[in-house]
Design a protein around this ligand. Structure first.
Ligand SMILES: [Zn+2]
Length: 334
């Protein structure tokens, strides 16, 4: 696919009109490059959508970027976080400290933040190794889990539900619950100008990671949720989509349908890979097509690929097209 992706060094804070600005905030050491943080103005003050990675360089970029468009961090009314991931929620705590404002996120992600804060110690690490071993990761398990993990984000002050209005007096900014990438992912619809902040749910050039953790869970089906969340956007005739990475784009419904199709195709390919003999999620992931050959993936990338394989297997299972065996093995249906 033709890419319009440009490095962080080419990005600038931008006045998008209608009281909306975007500020690129770097994600150190990550090929995605940057998070687009949006500032939305209202008669009652300014609210941020996402905050960026918790790192000193990112903080400087956020503070200085906001200053170039005339916004002072200490004046912010609050931050609404599209989802709890560190490149979105990481700096929300620091913005709250500087401004005295609120942090808002969907309740399902707020629950996960609570969990990760509890698991931040060695117990959490132990559970992760266990999960990867069970899925057949072998030596990759230790390597992935010993890698540095980001500090969990700050606990929000406001826990949002689908359709809630954000505290932005005088402007209707509505939470649209779009679970999949995370259980509490939100898109935010600025109704007065019909613009949609899509977070990681719909991105113009790439598709977000959809995984299951722990891999062997059968009480959740994030890919089915994600596909439904994509369909949810088909009713919006949004004039402009403002994603958290890459670049803004006009037609959110068309792009959402395209991503839905991409996953349906992946499900068909995966179904064809299954055999009557059960295999571990790890063995199946190894046979799937990724953006690089399996041996070239780092342990962390393999862990994510296995999570993605697990999510697709779970959806095939829900549709009666894959059969689950003990110890997270899958086969064709008998
Ligand atoms: Zn992201």
């Amino acid at each position: 696919m033709k890419t319009r992706r440009r490095p962080y060094s080419d990005q600038r804070p931008t006045d998008l009109g209608g009281g909306v600005w975007s500020v690129p905030v770097p994600i150190p050491g990550n090929p995605l490059g940057y998070t687009l943080v949006y500032a939305v103005e209202s008669p009652g003050g300014i609210v941020l959508i996402d905050a960026g990675w918790n790192h000193e360089d990112a903080w400087t970029a956020l503070r200085d970027g906001l200053a170039t468009v005339g916004v002072n961090v200490s004046d912010l009314r609050g931050v609404v976080v599209t989802h709890y991931h560190p490149d979105h929620a990481g700096l929300a705590g620091r913005v709250r400290e500087e401004s005295g404002g609120w942090i808002a996120m969907h309740q399902a992600d707020a629950d996960l933040v609570r969990l990760y804060r509890e698991l931040a110690g060695d117990d959490g690490r132990h559970l992760q190794v266990e999960m990867m071993r069970k899925a057949g990761a072998g030596a990759d398990a230790e390597a992935m889990v010993t890698a540095d993990r980001p500090i969990p984000p700050a606990q929000p002050d406001v826990e949002l539900q689908d359709h809630d209005l954000i505290d932005l007096p005088g402007r209707p900014l509505r939470a649209i619950w779009t679970p999949g990438h995370t259980p509490g992912h939100l898109c935010l619809h600025l109704e007065d100008t019909d613009r949609m902040f899509t977070g990681d749910h719909v991105l113009p050039g790439i598709t977000p990671h959809i995984g299951i953790y722990p891999y062997d869970r059968s009480d959740t089906d994030p890919l089915t949720d994600y596909l439904a969340s994509l369909d949810r956007l088909s009713v919006y005739t949004t004039t402009e989509a403002l994603p958290a990475h890459e670049w803004t784009f006009p037609d959110v419904a068309t792009r959402a349908a395209e991503i839905h199709q991409h996953h349906e195709q992946k499900l068909i390919t995966l179904e064809a890979l299954l055999t009557p003999t059960p295999h571990t999620i790890w063995q199946i992931a190894e046979k799937m097509t990724w953006n690089r050959p399996w041996p070239d993936l780092t342990p962390i990338q393999r862990g994510l690929a296995a999570g993605e394989a697990a999510a697709h297997l779970r959806t095939l299972e829900s549709r009666g097209k894959a059969h689950r065996h003990p110890n997270a093995h899958f086969s064709t249906t008998p």
